[in-house]
Design a protein around this ligand. Structure first.
Ligand code: 13P
Ligand code: SF4
Length: 316
């Protein structure tokens, strides 16, 4: 209440709000990191933007005592696990990743007991409890490279079956095993939508995130993480159809208005959790009037750190 009364004028004026955020982050020794799926105005005030791998590495390596994560909960948890001495704040307390919470840790614990010779590999889009049960974590940009290096042949890959199917195809020498998990946003893409987009934009290349179903990945010209998709689009002259969360195409279209960049379907690929953070929430989180500070049990962090550090070791 007091916050609204005190800052109504600033909040109503986007330029003044941005200025207030810049002043507050400097005054409070805070690094703002934002995932590429955030809205353009949040990306604009962030110190570091990128995919989940880039953000977790960067937040670990900078000297700031506070990190404000504009993203979803597992991303803030990953920063906290890697930098337990830092104060880590999630920009919106209700911003979760549905995929990260789909699996019951008990099922994974049982699997480990029943398959002592299998490795457990967790996509970084998982809760700290699931990371604590894994041997190694991966991100979408590092999954193929890391799975190739795991010494065991049999690997339980959690939670995303679609990313897992993509990795299996790229690393046929391993046997991947799955439980049920998927990203509700990317999993909604169908082959018919891709065919329709290709027909609407003849000659355009299709870039897809491997969280999409395998039958759609098979129709694309390239598959890769958020960063790999961006690098691909900027590295070619052709038009590009983006089959990933709309933030990627929005951001690139703003920066490169002369390029032919197209969404698969403008309202289809929206991660509503990623879009929960507004500039006003960034300000509130920065000034201790919003967001949520991440607290994790010490022992849990220690167990989860092993798999994240293995990812950084293997993944470079
Ligand atoms: P990236 O690893 O590409 O950042 O993906 C994170 C994510 O949540 C994709 O849906
Ligand atoms: Fe999670 Fe999917 Fe949103 Fe990525 S796009 S944060 S995997 S729900």
């Amino acid at each position: 209440m007091q916050y609204n009364e005190m800052h109504t004028e600033n909040i109503a004026d986007p330029a003044a709000l941005k200025q207030a955020i810049l002043e507050q982050k400097a005054a409070r020794d805070t690094l703002i990191v934002a995932h590429t799926y955030q809205s353009p105005e949040v990306l604009e005030i962030a110190d570091i933007t990128g995919d989940s791998f880039a953000l977790s590495k960067a937040a670990r390596d900078v000297p700031h005592s506070r990190v404000l994560m504009c993203g979803v909960r597992f991303m803030a948890e990953t920063v906290k696990i890697l930098s337990p001495q830092k104060q880590v704040i999630l920009s919106h307390s209700q911003a979760g990743c549905p995929m990260a919470e789909q699996l019951d840790p008990e099922a994974v614990r049982r699997y480990r007991q029943e398959h002592p010779n299998h490795a457990v590999c967790a996509y970084v889009n998982t809760t700290a409890q699931l990371k604590a049960l894994a041997d190694v974590c991966v991100t979408s940009s590092s999954a193929v490279r890391i799975v190739r290096q795991i010494p065991q042949t049999d690997i339980l890959f959690i939670p995303d079956r679609n990313l897992g199917a993509y990795v299996q195809q790229m690393v046929p020498e391993k046997r991947l095993h799955f439980m049920t998990g998927f990203c509700p946003v990317h999993n909604a893409v169908t082959p018919a939508q891709i065919e329709a987009a290709k027909a609407a934009h003849p000659g355009a290349k299709v870039a897809i995130h491997p969280e999409c179903p395998p039958q759609t990945v098979a129709l694309a010209d390239m598959a890769g993480s958020t960063k790999e998709i961006i690098d691909y689009a900027l590295g070619i002259d052709e038009d590009v159809i983006f089959v990933t969360e709309k933030g990627v195409c929005d951001e690139l279209s703003l920066k490169y208005p002369h390029r032919g960049f197209y969404q698969l379907e403008p309202s289809l690929l929206v991660c509503h959790d990623m879009k929960k953070t507004t500039l006003q929430q960034v300000y509130a989180a920065l000034t201790g009037q919003g967001g949520e500070e991440i607290f994790l049990d010490e022992e849990l962090m220690q167990q989860a750190r092993g798999s994240i550090e293995a990812m950084l070791r293997y993944g470079g």
